[in-house]
Structure formats: C-alpha cells, structure tokens
Design a protein. Structure first.
Lengths: 287, 389
C-alpha cells in the first residue's frame, strides 16, 4: 500500500468511524442507563435518512434544516417509545428487548408500502472532492467528521455540565439512589431515549446524500454499532468513540489492503482477541 | 344411508381434486403461472418489471378471451410473490407456489434463488422460465428449466464489439456480488475477455448489503483500469459504485453486460457520472415500433415506464408460444414445444438453443440489444447474436 493510498483510506476510515460513533453513542447511552439494547436503532437510522429525503429533497428545505428536523422528530419519537413501550413494561430488560425488536420489524416492513419499493436517493449536498495531502476525498465524506465531532462534544458537555446530564450519570450509577435523591427517573429515561434516537437519526441524515435509501438500510450500521459497544465496553461513551474510530479504520484500511471479506473477518478476530484479554471491552468495567 | 353419504363425499372429493388439477382451476378455466421475484429491496428494479411484463402479456391474452388450447379458451393468471433477493424467501415463495397454489409453471428471478430451488422445481416437475445467472442452471440435469434471458456466455459477444470499436481499452477490473451469480458471471466474462487479449487487473466481490465501496474501489483503482465491469450487480449497487469511483477520480468506462436500468443508476450516481456506460438489455432510444407500442401499453397500465420490462417479458412470450404449439398445459409437453418453437419477443425472433455450449438447448437466443448512455439516455448501439446458437 502506497503512502497516498494509506492516507486516503485512513481519512475515509475516520469519516466512516464518525458515523459508527454516532450510532454507537446512542446505543451505549441507553444501555448504560437502562441496560437495554435498542434493536430499533437501525430502523431509527433509516427513518432519519428518510426525513432528509422528504424534507430536503422532496420538500426543498435547506439540508441543515432537514438535518435538525430529522434529529428533533426522531428524538420525539424516542421519547414516545419510552412512554409507550419501555415505561409500561416497567423497565423489564427481556420484554423491552422483544418489544424493540418488534418495533424494528414493524418499521422496516411498513417502510416498503410507505416509502416505495425502489431505492431512493438524495442529491449531494456538498458535491465534489477536495485534495488533502495529495489525495482526493469526497467533500460529503469530509463533512461528516466535523458534524459528528460537534455532536459528540455537545453530548459530552451536556452529560458533564448540566443538571440533566448529572441525573443521567446518577441513574447510570444507581437508579434507586438517584430516585431517592429526587431524580425523576422516568423523565430522564425518556430523555435518554430521545437523545439515543436523535443520534441514530443524525447518522442516517448524514449518510442519506452519500448512500442510497431503503427500509433495510439500518441493518449494517446497527451490526457495526453492536460490535463497537462491545469493543469499547458496554455503557462506556469514551469506549464507543474509540471503538467506532478503530472499527472505521479497520473497515477502510484493512479492506483497502486485503479486500472487504478479510477486513470483515479480521474485525471479528480482533474483537475476539481483545475480549479474551479484556472481557469488559476497552473501557468497560465488571458490575 | 351412511355408506351412500360416504360414497357421495368420496365422489365430491375426487371431483374436487380433478378440478384443481395441475395448476388449472377447471371450474373457471384459469391457468396459474407463478412468479417468484424481488418486489422490494435493492433488486426490485428487476423484479417489478418482471412481474408487470408477465401480467401485461397475460392480461392482453385474457382480454381476447384467453389462450386457445384444444378449442377451449383458458384465462392466464399470475401468482407473484416477493422474495427480496433473499434465498430463504425465494425457497419459501417457490414452495408456496408449488404446494399451496398448485402452479406447474414458474418464472424465478435471481441466480442464487433459482439454484436454491433447483431440486424443488425438478422434483415437482414444474416448468421453470427463469431470469437468472448461475453456473449449471442450463444443464441436462434441469430439463424443464428454460433460461429466458441472455446470460454471460451469450452477452460476452459485446466485448468483441468493444474490442473492434474501442481498441485503446486494454485493462479491465471487475466488481460483482459475492454469491453464485457474481462468481459465475465474472468467471465467464474474464475467461472470455482474456482470450480477446484484455488484461484483468482486479477482481473484487461485495456483499449485496454493502453500501460503502470506497475500500474496494481504492484497491481497484490502484491497478489503473480502463474499464470497470459491474456484471451481475443490481442498479442500486451500480449507482453507488459509479458515484464513489468517480469521487475517487476514476475517469474510465463502466460496463454491465448483464442488465441494469441506467435511469435508476443515474439517479444515485448522478447523470454525468454514468455517461458512456455500456449496458446490455436496457434501451431507451431508438425503440422499434413493436417496443414503442409495448411502452405505450405498459405505461398505460402501470403509470411509469420501465425499459427492463422489454427483455423481462420473455418468459411470458415463451410460455404462451409453447402452450399454443403443444396445445396442452402438461409441463412436459410444453417443455418439448419450447425446444422447437420459434416465437416473437419484443426484439425479434427468439428460440431456445445453445446445446453446443450447455449440453442442452434450453437457453433463449435472440438478437441481444446493447446500449451506451449518451446525454443520460441509454442509446442502442448494436444488436448481436450469441457466439453459440
């Protein structure tokens, strides 16, 4: 592999990793607080992309308006899911998993009659390429990196510098103790659902102009997000960030050097090896 | 009294079974024709026109009273199921067609799906008119399978045309789905083009769910190909491959000697990026009068024109011609008729042949259309016969 090719694939890997991070952050946030794996995350990613299709492409609104609309709409949807599914089940882990799996199946199946049977596309928002260190990179892909970084920093500041963020951290540490200290657990859980869904929607919204849209488009990113949160440590936000970057780089650099199939296999070999030495993942801890 | 009732019940049961018969509901004189095809997902741009074209031909025959067999008119009915280009769904839909719907004639789309159904089709003695690329599909071990679309052994003819008309192109890279269909297609294509003197500089496969082709394309582009073949890839994937390859700086040609809707590709890749692409089986202009009439009828019925329907009407044309020739709905007799009948498809005269190549004459043969995307429109450049008859 030439240095130029390495640079090119590394930049693409960081861009890909940024999307993985956004997907994994929402997933790990919800797991950390409620110990649930949100199987609906992939379907929310898909819905986020379709909001871009309808608001930006069909509706003619500016892309960033559509992007915010996607996050807000899916955030509200997340809050409603917490109210209508998670809360009535009273936080039961297994019933919630099954309910979220059912929600995913429903959203994907409903996608075909609602959005149509053919793949949809969104025209480029940032067309063209930019020369970086002597290699051409699509501007669309480059733009993912600062947007994802801004969202990650925003989430970090929110969790560490606000009362609601402190409440989320308190619930993560001990739900009962947090409730005894006056934290409204239901409201904060609802907020975690909303943030998790909004981050998944942001991933879908960022990818909409780059890839094609179909109701099953969230399956692969969901699989990647699962790998990342296991790699980074379940419930760990720094773990999700590092894991996302590592997987993005493996997917890009190894696939460029050896091919897509070996990269896929190697990513699993890498995770198995890591888990053998650190069963809780990079930043996880035994409960 | 009791035995009389039992006898009557037995008679009614036998009468009922006879009436249901092999895919024919005699009470209504309806013949069911099964279609198992992707009506959703990335391969839907193939599946939807497959179903629609079959329905349109049958509707037109039904509007004239039905298909005349032995002096009696039979209505033709399409029973279609969506397999999403997922093998398990393909097996389930074909089993349902055979076991539940009682069809004796099917058209299955997709190489991997057809291969997975080989045994069910053969054991059920079902006549199959697939649209699929798969190694060993047209074979003496599948006597009731009549492949109704030109496959890579036929469409490679076009590479000779490319060689003659664009001699400066020498280095070819291929990128195809990582399954039966992709492996066989690329094996056939690369073997053929290497004999013509082309250098195959890269050969990559991808999972059908893949959307980020950058790593694979970076590998390919380091080999500096003049042409990238995307044989057997569905329109959605082709659109992403072209878009991403252009972003990475590829200036050469794309070729798909399978079949792909270039308007769907252009929607995803951008019109300018698709310019100059060569495709088989998808033509937007100029269209012969017969196809213009088909376009009018298709658009009237379905609202939106789909040029893929032109060649995907072959199974229905072949089936109708063979039943007329056989004057029977018995699948074996219809198959025998398919072996000898010459019929009209939308491009001209068609027949089943290719015995020299496949060992059995069950491959459709007709003047295949090839086009080049010019100003965003798939423009017919030539019609060629396969290297074997």
């Amino acid at each position: 592999m030439t240095p130029a090719l390495f640079v090119q694939s590394a930049i693409i890997g960081v861009s890909l990793g940024s999307i993985y991070i956004l997907m994994a952050l929402g997933l790990t946030l919800m797991f950390g607080m409620m110990h649930i794996i949100n199987f609906a995350h992939g379907a929310v990613y898909m819905l986020g992309a379709f909001v871009i299709y309808y608001v930006f492409f069909q509706g003619g609104m500016p892309y960033f308006v559509a992007f915010v609309a996607s996050m807000v709409l899916l955030g509200i949807f997340g809050y409603l899911v917490e109210r209508s599914i998670y809360r009535p089940i009273k936080g039961g882990i297994e019933p919630t998993l099954v309910a979220l799996l059912a929600l995913t199946t429903f959203l994907q199946a409903a996608g075909y009659p609602v959005f149509g049977q053919l793949d949809k596309h969104v025209p480029p928002v940032f067309p063209g390429t930019r020369n970086i260190l002597g290699v051409g990179i699509s501007i669309e892909r480059l733009m993912i990196i600062p947007v994802a970084a801004a969202l990650v920093i925003g989430l970090y500041l929110f969790i560490n510098n606000t009362r609601l963020g402190a409440a989320m951290r308190a619930i993560e540490q001990d739900k009962e103790a947090a409730a005894l200290q006056g934290v409204n657990v239901h409201v904060v859980n609802g907020l975690a659902f909303a943030i998790g869904f909004a981050l998944a929607a942001a991933s879908g919204a960022l990818m909409a102009p780059i890839f094609k849209l179909d109701p099953m488009m969230g399956e692969q990113p969901l699989l990647k997000a699962f790998i990342i949160i296991i790699l980074g440590g379940l419930g760990s936000i720094p773990g999700a960030i590092l894991g996302g970057l590592m997987l993005g780089l493996i997917d890009s650099i190894v696939a460029t050097a050896l091919g897509a199939e070996p990269a896929f296999l190697l990513s699993f070999v890498f995770i198995i090896m890591l888990l053998l030495f650190r069963p809780t993942g990079l930043f996880g801890y035994a409960s | 009294m009791r035995s009389q009732r039992s006898r009557m019940l037995a008679c009614l049961t036998v009468a009922g079974l006879v009436a249901v018969g092999p895919g024919i509901t005699r009470a209504q004189d309806v013949v069911k024709f099964g279609v198992s095809t992707p009506l959703s997902g990335p391969a839907a741009p193939w599946g939807i026109p497959h179903k629609n074209a079959t329905e349109l031909i049958f509707d037109e025959i039904n509007a004239q009273g039905g298909l005349d067999v032995g002096g009696k008119k039979y209505k033709l009915e399409v029973v279609a199921y969506d397999h999403k280009y997922v093998i398990a769904e393909g097996v389930a839909t074909v089993n349902r067609l055979i076991a539940k719907d009682g069809v004796k004639y099917v058209s299955i789309l997709g190489g991997a799906v057809v291969k997975a159904n080989e045994e069910a089709v053969n054991e059920g003695r079902v006549l199959n008119l697939p649209l699929a690329y798969a190694d060993g599909l047209v074979s003496p071990k599948n006597p009731l399978t009549f492949h109704s679309f030109p496959a890579p052994p036929e469409t490679t003819s076009f590479w000779k045309w490319v060689k003659q008309n664009h001699p400066s192109l020498k280095r070819v890279a291929t990128i195809s789905p990582n399954d039966d269909t992709g492996w066989w297609s690329i094996k056939v294509e690369t073997t053929f083009i290497q004999k013509l003197g082309y250098e195959t500089v890269a050969k990559e496969f991808f999972e059908r769910t893949m959307t980020d082709f950058n790593p694979v394309l970076l590998r390919i582009l380091t080999q500096k190909p003049d042409v990238i073949s995307v044989l057997a890839s569905p329109a959605g994937s082709v659109g992403l491959i072209i878009k991403q390859a252009r972003e990475l700086g590829f200036k050469g040609r794309f070729i798909h000697i399978g079949q792909v809707d270039t308007s769907v590709v252009a929607n995803i890749a951008g019109k300018a990026n698709v310019e100059g692409m060569w495709v088989h089986g998808f033509v937007q202009t100029p269209l012969p009068e017969r196809i213009k009439s088909w376009q009018t009828r298709y658009t009237k019925k379905y609202g939106e024109w789909n040029a893929t329907s032109i060649d995907f009407a072959n199974p229905a044309f072949a089936f109708v011609a063979a039943v007329k020739k056989a004057q029977s709905f018995d699948p074996k007799k219809v198959a025998d008729a398919l072996g000898v009948v010459e019929f009209d498809n939308l491009w001209g005269k068609a027949h089943f042949g290719g015995k020299d190549y496949y060992g059995i004459g069950n491959q459709i043969i007709y003047p295949m259309p090839f086009s080049e995307v010019k100003d965003g429109v798939a423009t017919l450049v030539t019609q060629l016969l396969p290297p074997h008859n």
